[in-house]
Write a protein that binds this ligand. Sequence first.
Ligand SMILES: *[C@@H]1O[C@H](CO)[C@@H](O)[C@H](O)[C@H]1NC(C)=O
Ligand SMILES: *[C@@H]1O[C@H](CO)[C@@H](O)[C@H](O)[C@H]1NC(C)=O
Ligand SMILES: *[C@@H]1O[C@H](CO)[C@@H](O)[C@H](O)[C@H]1NC(C)=O
Ligand SMILES: *[C@@H]1O[C@H](CO)[C@@H](O)[C@H](O)[C@H]1NC(C)=O
Ligand SMILES: *[C@@H]1O[C@H](CO)[C@@H](O)[C@H](O)[C@H]1NC(C)=O
Ligand SMILES: *[C@@H]1O[C@H](CO)[C@@H](O)[C@H](O)[C@H]1NC(C)=O
Length: 488
Amino acid sequence: MASISATPLHFLLIFSVLSISSSTIFSATVVEDLNNLHPPPDFNTTIANNCKNNPSLRYCNNLTPLSLPEIFKFTVVASHLCNESKNPNCVESFPNINLKNRPKIVPLYLSFDFFWKYCPLTIMSINLANNSLKGYFPSDIFHCSQIQSLDLSHNDLSGDLPIQNFSVLTNLTFLNLSYNHFSESKISNTQFFKRFNSSSFVHSGLVPDHGTFRIKALLAFIGFPIFAILVVVCLCWLCFQRPDFLPGVFGRKQKFTPSILKAATDGFSKRNLVAKGKGVHIYKGLLRDGSEVRVEIYPMDNLSSRKDRQIFIAECRILVQLWHKNLVQVLGWCDNRRLRAIVTEWIDGEDIEMWLSRSAPTWKQRVKALKGIVEGMCYLHEEWPEVGYDLKTSSILLSDDREPLISRFKVKDRTRCSQKVYKLGVLLLEMVTNRRPREEFERGEAGLLEWARMHFPEKVLELIDKRMKKTDLVLDQATHQDWFRSLT
Ligand SMILES: *[C@@H]1O[C@H](CO)[C@@H](O)[C@H](O)[C@H]1NC(C)=O
Ligand SMILES: *[C@@H]1O[C@H](CO)[C@@H](O)[C@H](O)[C@H]1NC(C)=O
Ligand SMILES: *[C@@H]1O[C@H](CO)[C@@H](O)[C@H](O)[C@H]1NC(C)=O
Ligand SMILES: *[C@@H]1O[C@H](CO)[C@@H](O)[C@H](O)[C@H]1NC(C)=O
Ligand SMILES: *[C@@H]1O[C@H](CO)[C@@H](O)[C@H](O)[C@H]1NC(C)=O
Ligand SMILES: *[C@@H]1O[C@H](CO)[C@@H](O)[C@H](O)[C@H]1NC(C)=O
């Protein structure tokens, strides 16, 4: 800008100020000018005249004593800013601050707080859009309280919008705060912002519309409880249906639900059905922890009575406590109203009956197996006298390491001791003779006994399994057993 001649205009301080020195030449940058230019000696007179002509000038209204150097600097900045804003005639008026898309210089001008403090009253519009402005809303702008238009869109402004301060901008009719990152606040609660619609706040972080804010609040208000309820429902479902999905602390390990059993047996598929008896289906199952189990299902035609269930549960509680190397371990149970089940460890081997007929074990092997069975019986007899067991060769399993395992139990067993001994005797006889009383004798066990009695002790060789080597030891042990006598 060239030197400025004296002008009668009173509304623009800049030119009045600069008129005092007709030789003043502006340099290219405002910073340079601020450093190099100094108020002329009669600057106080110029200011005094300006204020006389136009008392509404901001620096004249100031209650604090005038600071001449500050006012001078203000005139320098105003002059540059007017020119930068491409106002058509900066000599006569300064209507717009328009620094759209000028990110290099905008922060500099915003830092001149003495300029904003005396913001020229002629300015009607401020446009600082698209300048990557960071930080809080530039509050110095509120000094220009007469503006009608303010555009701060496309910046990076953040933090709380100084909502209350806006009320000084009484003549503001255009506002654009879109594309910023202000903290969410209820601007719609303020009368001032009611005159602007949502297009002033697009992606600004602010929530102009009462409705959307309320909807969000409502969603949060309803959404959270719904979420919490869903979590609880989920947990409850897991607790009651699939406790095996819960960490061990929550799940009761011995309690199996129909859902667990269904999952373990692949939906009770035929492929997993290993045996089907009277009122019991036996499945092989695979639990989530990878262990194989045997699932005995007792389907119930009618709903079981409360008392029935209680008895069943009480019995199962005892069974899961049995712990001996010659007993199949009961892992748990299921006591659903429609489905009862007992879950035991899975034994891959065969039962004694199959073992006897298929592999013709030696005398020594048979004696070892018998010893194991007796040990299991002794444990039950001493620790759990109320628990009965099934001593049939088909009910006693052999583990991989040839350890016999008693597998069928019955709580509250009323079998008398003598009956147990009798059953053991029959088992012994079966193991020595490899005869199956229920299939080979008309009178069953009694038939087997009768047949044995006929041959004992004279024709004992007839009794002993033909496939076994009859060494002296075998004969000796077989004939000197008192057990046979006790049976008769
Ligand atoms: C004013 O702006 C014009 C271009 O718009 C420029 O040539 C000139 O140097 C500027 N004057 C000052 C004093 O900045
Ligand atoms: C301006 O300052 C000078 C001395 O620096 C003083 O003589 C003069 O009266 C002042 N004028 C006004 C209008 O204050
Ligand atoms: C913002 O300014 C850049 C150049 O600085 C320009 O490429 C871009 O189109 C502008 N964006 C808007 C929305 O004006
Ligand atoms: C708003 O405009 C009116 C009329 O143009 C004016 O009298 C008033 O001073 C203006 N308000 C502000 C804060 O400048
Ligand atoms: C918002 O107001 C402006 C005028 O300020 C108008 O041009 C625009 O259509 C309005 N937009 C909506 C969505 O009401
Ligand atoms: C504010 O600026 C955005 C982006 O440039 C634009 O989409 C929106 O319409 C503007 N709002 C108004 C009220 O002009």
